[in-house]
Design a protein around this ligand. Structure first.
Ligand code: PLP
Length: 431
């Protein structure tokens, strides 16, 4: 990938941190696992989304400019520059930067006039559903296609009622939705279409960058995303009128001095966040290269592990490779569950994440509102995936040790089961 504005001064494509986190090299017996009394494999916790910082000197230089100018927020020059660069990168006319991805979703939903019911996946971060419920709109949870982990378009169509006003697809892991099918269905029924692209910044669909599909797409630039603005988000769109409305709604509904024309809120991005965003943009190529290298290493190391696959990315598309998703087969989870594996890894200081367990429909307030709702594919997937640590803070040797641990546990699942059973009910109830 070659982004036009990125400085000529390229840094080598190696993890920025070459500090070794490990205490021990690979363990060879189950008894050495920390949960069963051994030393943790890592002294410091390894996380899924340890923030990427970028060039600290550039960042501090920008912070100083902001402090000198005393222009801290309210559509300042860094926010304007950031918006322009994001719009250029994703190939859209308008980028409206916001204080976070959740507020960006809320404002996009309101500006598009969604009401009544909106169809969303349950296999997503809770903010997708909350952004609707927060404003009195009912999220109608739809099951996913197990191959893509995104909305199943056939099931979407079955959920449309006279109260439906829109659909929100989520590009989970940067795997894009079946955009063509969703666009066709929503156009045929006269519905609005938003994509929650929190995971899909710098990804493409059929060669076109994510950002220009549907009525609008929404990014999150939260610190845990591979590209961050500390806290932040944006709505991107090609719709001039919508863009204008989004800008007004982001700023309390002000359409001029002392003139408020809409119900609005405070969704503004501040200058410090925009400075972080501009600095992160300069590191984008490197962040993605590191993510890709980590992904290839995990895949190679876990290639022959029966019962666990690293989810693949389509190399013909532009990807950000920000999530390493391990999908466990039932052959493994029947003996050692995903949650037990998660606990064993945590004891080793490998902080894997159970995204998106247990699914929005099984969390409040939705669980009480929708007792007994069954989404078989969502339920199955939410029980068997684990995201593994990656990003610039994770080294080649870290990945090797994590993979050795996984091979040891999965390859000796029967023995692990016996030791887990020996831990008794206190362990089981802690899950
Ligand atoms: C899929 C998804 N949607 C929405 C959000 C909300 O974004 P934010 O944390 O910036 O509010 C996130 C991430 O945090 C997310 O992963």
């Amino acid at each position: 990938m070659n982004f036009r504005w990125i400085s000529e001064r390229r840094r080598p494509i190696i993890p920025m941190s070459i500090v070794e986190h490990s205490l021990n090299l690979a363990k060879s017996t189950i008894a050495e696992l920390a949960l069963f009394g051994g030393q943790p494999s890592f002294e410091e916790a390894l996380h899924v989304g340890r923030p990427n910082i970028g060039d600290r000197t550039r960042l501090l230089d920008r912070f100083n400019q902001i402090l000198d100018s005393r222009c801290l927020t309210n559509d300042g020059p860094f926010v304007k520059e950031f918006e322009q660069r994001i719009a250029e990168l994703v190939g859209v006319k308008h980028c409206i930067a916001m204080c976070n991805g959740t507020v960006a979703l809320e404002i996009a939903i309101r500006a598009l006039g969604m009401t009544g019911e909106v169809i969303v996946p349950s296999f997503t971060f809770i903010a997708t559903a909350h952004a609707l419920q927060w404003q009195g709109i009912t999220p109608v949870f739809c099951d996913i296609d197990p191959r893509t982990h995104t909305l199943d378009p056939n099931k979407v169509e079955n959920l449309i009622t006279p109260r439906t006003t829109g659909v929100i697809g989520v590009h989970v892991w940067g795997h894009t939705c079946n955009i063509d099918a969703l666009a066709e269905i929503t156009a045929r029924h006269g519905l609005k279409l938003i994509f929650d692209a929190a995971h899909a910044f710098a990804c493409s669909y059929k060669g076109r960058m994510i950002g220009s599909f549907g009525n609008a797409e929404v990014f999150s630039f939260h610190a845990t995303k591979f590209f961050n603005t500390l806290e932040g988000g944006a709505v991107v769109t090609n719709d001039d009128e919508l863009a204008m409305k989004l800008r007004w709604m982001r700023n309390f509904g002000f359409t001029g001095y002392d003139k408020v024309s809409y119900l609005g809120t405070n969704g503004k991005m501040n200058e410090i966040s925009a400075a972080m965003g501009l600095t992160s943009l300069e590191g984008l190529d490197e962040f993605i290269a590191v993510n890709r290298l980590n992904y290839l290493r995990y895949r190679e190391e876990l290639r022959d592990v029966a019962g666990a696959q690293v989810l693949t990315y389509d190399e013909t598309e532009t990807c950000n490779y920000q999530y390493i998703v391990l999908a466990l087969d039932e052959a493994v989870t029947r003996i050692v569950s995903r949650d037990e594996l998660w606990r064993i890894l945590s004891a080793e200081n490998v902080m894997a994440r159970r995204y998106f367990y247990p699914g929005c429909h099984r969390m409040e307030p939705y669980r009480s509102n929708l007792p007994g709702l069954r989404l078989p594919e969502t339920d199955r997937l939410a029980e068997r995936v684990l995201c593994l640590p990656t990003g610039t803070a994770v080294t080649e040797s870290d990945i090797h040790i994590i993979c050795q641990l996984l091979k040891l546990i999965i390859g000796n699942a029967g023995e692990v089961r016996q030791l887990l059973d020996g831990l008794g009910t206190s362990f089981a109830s802690a899950l």
